[in-house]
Design a protein. Structure first.
Lengths: 150, 500
């Protein structure tokens, strides 16, 4: 049995249940034809059925197919990168794109790839400056601006 | 004969030094716009529109059209090299294009995309020239039931995009339909699945989901180990950077398939290049002798969608020029430009403004040649991107993703959504859920629901309207056949096994 598939099947079945329950509050068929609940009700129901098929398929195959073991160390590394990115996005309002992105690059190069600090700072400054020169400066593309005005 | 003399007149207009210059500027700007994710041709044309008021309308439309089809050429670059689709039509190119880059054939993939774009773009112009008026009438025969059937056909392609598990592909598509349904209902103004967030009332932009799921999901997946500091392979020498004879030979049918599918779907207002690229990829995979290799980096998987994406440009011009009906965001802005210049696109367009119509057609021939000349020598330069170490390349992809999303919406909320969809993309990779069906559901979901509801309104709830009209019935039969392809394959495999 592939535990990941079973868990994702359960999550998707719950999502399907949520879609159907929400759709039930909206009009299904009105005098002018189908209402806003018509389409979601059908794909929500289809999601529940297909999720159930996925879960049942896994239980039936438990004797023959084994899921790949999850390497939590690898997943943890990804979650750290993702959290770093999420923090840099959250900081955009305060620090602006250039500063926030520069700090994220520094974190990636020095923290995740373990490059020397000198290299990490050079890459961070280079990337931030490069983005500034290409987007707002040369192409007039707007980037998030922080409290410092850039 | 009339067409021939019109074309000669068009070349006389388009080959003047001033118009060649505007054509080049349009193609060059379009290529840059296509490479940058988020900054699409509609926004660029809208920005440049005020500058064209002082220009001769023929020169102006030559330049703006150059931006339109130039962006289609450029759009493949980030999809192939970075797995970052800049527009919805480039999503399919990621599937095999990025895999080719990972296999050391990134330059070849870019070359195939450029050649497919040239062939299909030229085919689109020839068809625009030859069959514009009758085909425009055919497009008018399309009503809501036909659009619903067309969207069903597009969604049926999910069976051809599925990886190992059809159930997972269908589930991914349903999630795409759900995301497409978020926001305000167009018919009743009911807000659906907005979780009380005002920012979700307008729905979720496709760019946010596509960049998150494809680009960030891919980068996060590659970040699992630090050992991956090795660079992506880039072969040495110009010859190895370009497609070889075998690869071009493998793409013969794909060039034709992309050209025809792209043009026909381009004519239909609202269908767009995304549907064209998905359907041409699906057809290519369905008729291939090695469908199992699709998604691992086959050149046909790049040629078909890229061709369709470019031929669609010629097709989209047909209803715009001959009926005054814009089929996409870009042609809507071009139509506005025509009106601002005092021109009236419609049935009398060719008769009243032959210089402009034929000048535009001839300039599109010239533009396709310019783009091929412009793009092929740039391949070695673009391929250098892959030589960057991962600790430089990956942060750049994160940065481009942020800029791409923010340039479309100016919204920090959308960047939070991007973060979420990045994680979703990683989870999908990890759990072997194919990402393309999710995008397919997202792109087609809204249009499909609208077409279905309009159809049922037309028939007062009677579903038989979908099968009682010949065009929609025909397309629904085709949809059923596409859905039956995996069953035929399975039955065939069992038969072969039994024989063995």
């Amino acid at each position: 049995m592939n535990r990941g598939e079973v868990v994702s099947g359960v999550v998707l079945a719950a999502l399907g249940g949520y879609i159907v329950s929400e759709a039930a509050h909206w009009e299904y068929l009105g005098p002018d034809g189908p209402g806003p609940g018509f389409f979601p009700l059908w794909y929500g129901a289809a999601m529940i059925v297909l999720s159930a098929v996925l879960v049942v398929q896994n239980f039936l195959a438990k004797a023959t197919v084994a899921g790949r073991p999850v390497n939590w160390r690898e997943v943890g590394r990804v979650l750290i990168v993702w959290a770093g990115f999420a923090v840099s996005v959250a900081l955009l309002k305060v620090l602006g794109f250039i500063l926030s992105f520069g700090l994220f690059v520094l974190f990636m190069v020095a923290g995740m790839y373990r490059r020397p600090l000198r290299v990490a700072i050079s890459v961070a400054v280079g990337c931030a400056a490069g983005f500034y020169l290409v987007f707002p400066f040369a192409l007039d593309v707007r980037l998030p601006i922080g409290v410092l005005g850039f | 004969m009339e067409i021939f003399s019109g074309l000669l007149q068009g070349f006389a207009v388009a080959l003047t030094p001033v118009n060649i210059m505007w054509c080049f500027i349009g193609c060059f700007l379009g290529t840059i716009v296509g490479i940058l994710p988020g900054l699409g041709p509609p926004a660029t044309i809208a920005m440049l529109l005020p500058l064209t008021f002082q220009m001769n309308p023929t020169s102006a439309v030559i330049m703006l059209a150059g931006i339109y089809y130039g962006a289609k050429y450029g759009g493949s670059t980030t999809s192939i090299l970075l797995n970052v689709p800049g527009e919805s039509a480039s999503v399919v190119t990621c599937l095999d294009g990025y895999q080719m880059a990972r296999n050391g054939r990134g330059g070849a993939a870019l070359g195939i995309a450029a050649i497919a774009s040239f062939i299909a773009g030229t085919f689109g112009v020839i068809m625009l020239m030859l069959v514009a008026p009758p085909l425009a009438k055919f497009a008018l025969a399309f009503s809501s039931p036909e659009y619903f059937a067309l969207m069903c056909m597009g969604l049926a392609m999910v069976v051809l995009l599925a990886g190992k598990s059809m159930v997972k592909a269908l589930l991914a598509m349903l999630v795409g339909l759900w995301i497409a349904g978020m926001g305000t209902d167009l018919f009743t103004a009911e807000s659906r699945f907005t979780f009380g967030q005002a920012e979700l009332l307008d729905g979720i932009d496709f760019v946010v989901v596509a960049i998150g799921v494809f680009a960030l999901g891919e980068v996060l997946g590659n970040m699992e180990t630090r050992e991956g500091v090795a660079m992506l392979p880039v072969p040495k020498g110009l010859r190895n950077l370009l497609p070889n004879v075998e690869e071009l030979k493998a793409c013969r049918f794909a060039f034709l398939n992309g050209s025809v599918v792209g043009f026909i779907i381009g004519i239909l207002p609202g269908a767009g290049s995304t549907v064209a690229s998905f359907i041409s990829y699906g057809i290519e995979k369905a008729v291939s002798k090695h469908p199992e290799k699709f998604g691992t980096g086959v050149p046909e998987g790049v040629a078909a969608p890229e061709g369709a994406n470019n031929a669609e440009t010629g097709g989209a011009m047909v209803p715009m020029l001959t009926l005054g009906i814009p089929g996409s965001g870009t042609t809507a802005i071009l139509l506005a430009a025509f009106i601002l210049w005092g021109l009236k696109p419609g049935p009398l367009m060719i008769q009243d403004n032959p210089e402009l119509f034929w000048g535009l057609v001839a300039s599109m021939y010239i533009g396709n040649v310019i783009l091929l000349i412009l793009n092929i020598p740039l391949i070695p330069l673009f391929a250098q991107i892959l030589k960057l170490p991962q600790y430089v390349l990956y942060p750049i992809i994160f940065g481009i993703s942020v800029v791409g999303v923010y340039s479309v919406s100016d919204s920090l909320f959308d960047l939070s959504l991007l973060t979420f969809f990045g994680l979703l993309g990683y989870c999908m990779r990890k759990l072997d859920y194919p990402q393309a069906p999710l995008i397919l559901g997202l792109v087609l979901g809204d249009a499909m629901e609208r077409a279905l509801r309009q159809s049922l309104m037309m028939s007062q709830g009677d579903l038989s309207i979908l099968v009682s009209r010949p065009l929609s019935a025909g397309m629904l039969v085709l949809t059923a056949l596409v859905l039956a392809v995996p069953m035929f394959r399975k039955a065939n495999a069992w038969r072969m096994k039994a024989i063995d």
